[in-house]
Design a protein around this ligand. Structure first.
Ligand SMILES: [Ca+2]
Ligand SMILES: [Ca+2]
Length: 220
């Protein structure tokens, strides 16, 4: 656990959000336990389009803190690259799903979630029982839900109905560059590895249409 926290701290210090600053937690709004999800938009690009809808794939970094003392219990940055998740289908705790409605690429949100919509009366190690949690979220990309196959067709540049590593890499590169957040080559290589891990069931290092569909059904 400790190494994760160290990596988180490092990445936060070098990142753009500076989430760990002590004064950040002084806000009285966070002290109050509310029974619904509270969403504060920290940054919204203009235009903020397209906005996420249920079933869309969104690419985010999210850091979790306990509202009570501001201590950090989760940091997606320790995985080394932003996480892909499908919005609105229960891949994350309910309150986070609710707080990620209508987000767009480039947006930053602070989402405060009461225990009933987070880890409940029992909690989940390291989150203690009955804890209100706060997530700091940075959204990098919003892609149409795969059921439409719109995303697949966009990625499949040579139209051979299969996605090569180069095609996957190029798609993400363009997505990041489009929102003005370009990265080094190795960053995209990591995303490709993660993408293949989740989708390439026959391990031939290509994503067939069928594999893409299997993935959709697994996630929904
Ligand atoms: Ca192809
Ligand atoms: Ca394959």
């Amino acid at each position: 656990m400790m190494w994760k926290l160290v990596i988180c701290t490092l990445c936060l210090l070098s990142g753009s959000l500076q989430l760990c600053s002590g004064s950040f937690w002084g806000s009285p709004a966070v002290d109050k336990v509310e029974e619904e999800v509270k969403v504060e938009v920290l940054f919204k690009p203009l235009p903020c389009e397209p906005k996420s809808k249920k079933g869309d794939l969104i690419n985010i970094h999210y850091d979790g803190f306990l509202a009570e003392d501001g201590s950090q219990f989760f940091c997606s940055r320790s995985a080394g690259h932003p996480q892909w998740l499908m919005q609105g289908v229960g891949q994350v705790i309910k309150g986070l799903d609710m707080g990620l409605k209508d987000v767009c690429a480039g947006e930053k949100r602070k989402i405060t979630i009461p225990p009933a919509l987070a880890f409940g009366v029992k909690g989940k190690d390291p989150v203690p029982p009955n804890a209100t949690v706060v997530f700091e979220v940075e959204i990098f990309a919003v892609s149409s839900g795969p059921r439409s196959l719109e995303t697949f067709r966009k990625m499949d540049v040579d139209k051979d109905r299969s996605l090569s590593k180069a095609e996957i890499k190029e798609y993400f590169r363009q997505d990041y560059e489009r929102i003005g957040d370009p990265h080094e080559d190795t960053f995209y290589d990591k995303i490709v590895v993660h993408f293949l891990l989740k989708n390439d069931h026959d391990k031939d290092e290509r994503i067939s249409m069928k594999e893409y569909n299997i993935y959709e059904h697994d996630e929904l």
